[in-house]
Design a protein. Structure first.
Length: 200
């Protein structure tokens, strides 16, 4: 029996707009960071932290966060009608201490806030989260087994309490296997993912 996944969907529009205004200038050295697809205003930020799991002073992994905020002004009035925030968190862990990463995790979250009537408040919110966990069993530095959860949620403009209304949530889980050891996933199996919306 599948265990339901919990998704807390609470939107703080004030915090998001402040974040969109205060992010740093683009980091052109971040190869893995999200890339803009049009001429909208884009701000990006990248942070990297070393992970020491056993506390011996030797790095066991890395955690990198890429954040991109894209503001789109559809009607040309100088005020963003769509704000899209993408956050990618990548973690690599060397679990057995041989110097080669064994566990790879990636969480990519995209939140799109739309104000199409120009009143300065959100009309709707769409959130997509992709969580991937990969394991290198053979020790060649490439994932042999992967699991990816894809969760999509959308809702009507939040009230003063920040909770979305009329929320619709869908989820799917993908399993991948590299059966030949060439570093490429050869087989993928999918199943529906039970997702529950819970109050924060």
């Amino acid at each position: 029996m599948r265990t339901p996944q919990e998704a807390t969907l609470v939107f703080d529009k004030g915090a998001l707009m402040t974040f969109a205004d205060d992010t740093t200038e683009p980091d052109n050295d971040a190869d893995s960071a999200p890339r803009p697809t049009d001429d909208s205003i884009v701000r990006t930020e990248t942070e990297t932290h070393v992970i020491d799991v056993d506390g011996d002073g030797t790095p066991d992994g890395l955690h990198t966060t890429h954040t991109q905020v894209r503001e789109i002004d559809i009607d040309g009035d100088g005020v963003a009608d769509i704000v899209e925030t993408t956050r990618i968190e990548e973690t690599t862990i060397d679990a057995d201490g041989d110097g080669v990463p064994d566990v790879f995790t990636t969480v990519e979250t995209t939140e799109t806030v739309m104000d199409l009537d120009g009143d300065g408040e959100a009309d709707s919110v769409e959130i997509t989260e992709v969580r991937t966990v990969a394991h290198d069993i053979s020790g060649d530095g490439f994932p042999d087994v992967t699991r990816t959860d894809i969760i999509t949620a959308s809702g009507i403009a939040p009230d003063d309490d920040g909770e979305l209304e009329d929320v619709q949530v869908d989820g799917v889980r993908l399993y991948g296997i590299d059966s030949t050891g060439d570093g490429n996933i050869d087989h993928v199996v999918s199943e529906a993912l039970d997702v529950e919306v819970v109050d924060d």
